[in-house]
Design a binder for this molecule. Structure first.
Ligand code: HEC
Length: 118
């Protein structure tokens, strides 16, 4: 019984920590086991090619706008953020539209590229 309780406790805490650590927003609670992009080795060059669409908004510095800087994010954080928009656990009209169209392979590639910056 004690073991079960400990496992449950850690499971819950870890899930919460992962969600909060992902973007600072507790709403990013998604089951990471369902994310296929984690199993794909991102193609950095393909990511760089796809990134031109993103960098129209996402600049190297936010310049005081509400558009966050995404360069230098960890692969994990990046993938979780995009999936949160895909699954609509994180709401943003713009990013839901962007994320909806992206395949797992494209998300993995973009993550590989943006995480390699800085
Ligand atoms: C039209 C402008 C626009 C475009 C194009 C765009 N984004 Fe975004 N993006 C935003 C805005 C605004 C936010 C903040 C949304 C929010 O409040 O959650 C955001 C948030 C994000 C986040 C979450 C960052 C964080 O702080 O957690 C990621 C990751 C991201 N975008 C990736 C991308 C990628 C990858 C592309 C290209 C495929 C892209 N975006 C294209 C405007 C844009």
């Amino acid at each position: 019984m004690k073991k079960i309780l400990t496992t449950f406790f850690c499971g819950t805490i870890c899930a919460v920590m992962l969600a909060v650590g992902a973007s600072g927003q507790a709403s990013d609670t998604i089951d990471t086991r369902k994310i296929k992009a984690f199993e794909i080795k991102g193609d950095r060059e393909f990511g760089e090619y796809l990134a031109s669409e993103c960098t129209a908004c996402h600049k190297a510095s936010s310049g005081g706008s509400n558009i966050p800087v995404i360069a230098g994010r960890s692969v994990k954080e990046f993938i979780i953020a995009l999936y949160s928009y895909k699954l609509k656990t994180r709401r943003s009209q713009v990013m839901e539209m962007v994320a909806d169209r992206l395949s797992d392979e494209e998300i993995a590639a973009l993550a590989a590229y943006f995480s390699s910056l800085k």
